[in-house]
Design a binder for this molecule. Structure first.
Ligand code: NAP
Length: 248
């Protein structure tokens, strides 16, 4: 591995964190997983991932990771350890769902966003938004080697060029091309209820969570990012039957 990123720390080891851990191990990284209940609850997960995986507290996972993924219910963002993440690139997969997270008036009125709140909580880290707009099961199965037909692309957003380069390299290694959507403030282009959110990887179906995985390349992602409308992105409502964290 040419990159200086050897170990991925994961804060949150659920649907998305678990899939990312698997993809990362397959790509040759070490992973350190954590959750809210403690490392002893991750024994089976770690055993299934093999010798390059271990479990720790969130603070230890943050400390161990050369690159750290935060993939937890957004409402818990203030529990993310701050000091061990100083100077590091942090991937933010989180989405704000008022039905799950409670209502944040400052997000609802557009004066801030879930990503900006996490970035504000981690002032010495470089937050890059990624993986928030693909269903975990689609993420698990759409990865392809570089240059392979049907390789999909994922959008990222962030303010630090070096951090985005690290995240881009990570995505490339786990099987995805990257579309740079711009600074973190542009992440509204792939928030819930935008055309780039989930839909491309469900073959264009608005009920993408019920669809088989479908590859979507960089051109399609770029087009869908351009189609996003700010008002809809900020106040987006999802259908009643959409459960972003369902367990089947
Ligand atoms: N599901 C999807 O397909 C999908 C797709 C894109 C983005 N997202 C977003 O990504 C985030 C994670 O989604 P998910 O579906 O992976 O959720 P999930 O399956 O519910 O998993 C959440 C994980 O976060 C852990 N956690 C909760 N609070 C924590 C804390 N304070 N510190 C450390 N770990 C904590 C949980 O641990 P415990 O079980 O021990 O509490 C669990 O491992 C959410 O913001 C979601 O909106 C989800």
């Amino acid at each position: 591995m040419s990159s200086d990123i050897k170990t991925i720390g994961l804060i949150g080891a659920g649907h998305i964190g678990g899939v990312l851990a698997e993809l990362a191990v397959t790509a040759g990284y070490n992973v350190v997983l954590s959750n809210s209940r403690g490392p002893e609850t991750l024994t089976e997960t770690v055993e299934a991932l093999g010798p390059h995986a271990s479990a720790a507290s969130a603070a230890s996972a943050a400390e161990s990771g050369d690159l750290v993924v935060v993939s937890i219910p957004f409402v818990a963002y203030e529990s993310v350890p701050v000091e061990p993440l100083a100077g590091k690139t942090v991937i933010d997969t989180n989405n704000y769902y008022p039905a799950r997270d409670g209502v944040f008036p400052a997000i609802e009125d557009g004066s801030t966003s879930a990503s900006k709140l996490l970035a504000g909580h981690l002032p010495a880290s470089h937050v890059v938004k990624a993986f928030n707009g693909i269903l975990f099961s689609h993420l698990a199965s759409l990865g392809r080697p570089a240059g392979a037909p049907g390789r999909s692309a994922l959008p990222i957003a962030g303010d630090d060029a070096e951090a985005k380069a690290q995240v881009t390299d990570f995505l490339h290694r786990i099987g995805y091309d990257v579309v740079d959507a711009g600074p973190l403030a542009e992440d509204w282009r792939f928030r819930p209820a935008t055309p780039a959110y989930g839909i491309p990887f469900g073959g264009g179906r608005p009920d993408f969570w019920a669809a088989d995985p479908h590859p979507a390349g960089a051109d399609e992602i770029r087009r869908r990012l351009q189609e996003a409308e700010p008002v809809r992105a900020l106040g987006g409502e999802l259908p009643d039957d959409y459960d972003p964290v369902r367990r089947d």
